[in-house]
Design a protein around this ligand. Sequence first.
Ligand code: PEP
Ligand code: MG
Length: 595
Amino acid sequence: MIFLMILVLLRITGVNNRMLKGISASPNIAIGKVFVYEKELKFERRTIDEKEVDNELKRLDNAIAKSKSELVELRDETAKKIGEKEAKIFEAHLLMLDDPALITEVKKRIRSMTNAEAAVDEVVKNFVAMFDQMVDQYMKERAIDVQDVGERIIRNLLGKEFGSLADLREQVVVIADNLTPSDTARMDKAKVVGFATNTGGVTSHVAIIAREYGIPAVVGLGDVTKHVKSGDLVILDGGNGIVIVRPDEETVNRYRSLMTDLERQRKELEKLRELPAVTLDGRRIEIAANIGEPEEVATALANGAEGVGLLRTEFLYHGRNSLPTEEDQFTAYKTIAEKMGERPVIVRTLDIGGDKPPPYLEMPKELNPFLGWRAIRISLDLTDIFKTQLKAILRAGVYGNLKIMFPMISSVDEVRKAKKILEDAKKELMEKGVSFRKDVDVGIMVEIPSAAVIADSLAEEVDFFSIGTNDLTQYTLAVDRTNEKISHLFDELHPAVLRLIRNVIDSAHIKGIWSGMCGEMAGNPLATPILLGLGLDEFSMSSMSIPEVKRIIRSASVAETRELAKKALDLPTAEDVRKLSKEFLRNKPKSQASI
Ligand code: PEP
Ligand code: MG
């Protein structure tokens, strides 16, 4: 009976302390209000009767009015924060809301006894189909805008509080089934204090951007969206992969005090920022940051990055309705190059496909997108798009220390073809008399097992390697990196992955080039001593991981880590490797700030 009463009371107070366990994707704790991001709007489709018509028309008018005021606000905010050009898109959406072809048609359907949500949906679908069939690329791309506008009206008909991730009004924990680059491209990250998703693993897109922005995140929760609604309070413990729904006061207080402890630890590590990553026996290691947007340069520098080891250029291609021009790209690369000054910035050419298709490129539906038309494979087919990007990088190279890196290389042939297109791009710039960086270093990502195996041949072709362990692990172990059902099998410390890494680094050194790593493994403290022992020259990681990795490097000697790596490579399982590394780190002092 008492138990029942407690249950009733908890219901009334909105407290239930339900704990959900997922995969730790980005450390630290967030306590905040939930924003459930639903991509698919659920609504019923029904035939209304005569007396409902007026009411449905009124609901439609109200939803349109609300959509207009949201768009006006979005337009003004975007113009102020990003630029007039970017704000134009919302201007176009506003015009659509006044377009009689669209609105009159919706009203006509309501008068023919269809409920408002279904009427909007039907009309929008017809428009999208019409735009899709157009030959003109510009008109084709308008389909996305109509879809966006339709979705906004339907959201407002359903009384959903927020329009999209682009117009978050307050600090929230974003909870969704999954978040793709297109979802996060226009998201105001300053308003996000945490992420939790049903699907995904440690190297899925949302996990990577969460770490890059230092936002706590838990992925692979299975059905977190079923347990929360927008406005609920949650605690998100990113380090332990836990989400606590509607926590009681005591739990909130406990986590608040944990947050204070973590903040103290962070401050302690902060002292390392300005110190170099030098081992006890004097080997200097280069520490760089992975960034996915120009705004991240500041965080990278603040955390002590000595360069950018991976600039994911997809940010230029997502969250928009058409391909970025050479000028768009040049401006973005130049800004980053200038901000980084003398420090190296490795610009990775386009890596779309797989889990990252932009809406305007016609990507075929593939059965195995990660094994499909992706990254360099697209660039070598759509050479105009590739050349445009290369020209922009070459031109921006004049303003800093840019290097070019090709993703998803599986053979020597691909490198040669890519380099040939790079030469064509240089020639075109030369003919036009445009200034550009002529001696740009060219490298490849080693992220496909075939490339790791023939690293000796590939090293003849390029100036550097960067090991992409997110894909290298996925392909070596045949584990889809975004599939939470098999995420326990995704393990970069698997001896097979370690042996491939050893081959890549050794081959690079034999041929006289350097090898870095930009996969998430480079920021995994448990992997740090092993990678150090294998001779990795550069570690590139999410900015937030830099201080801890620096601390470990400064507390170890190359000689002892060589021994450790040798042992690790002979072990039969990833778990054994983990144990060995933990034991090694346990014997190290906690803070090396004073060394
Ligand atoms: C990788 O595969 O390790 C990598 C860094 O690239 P991405 O995560 O962008 O595929
Ligand atoms: Mg990759």
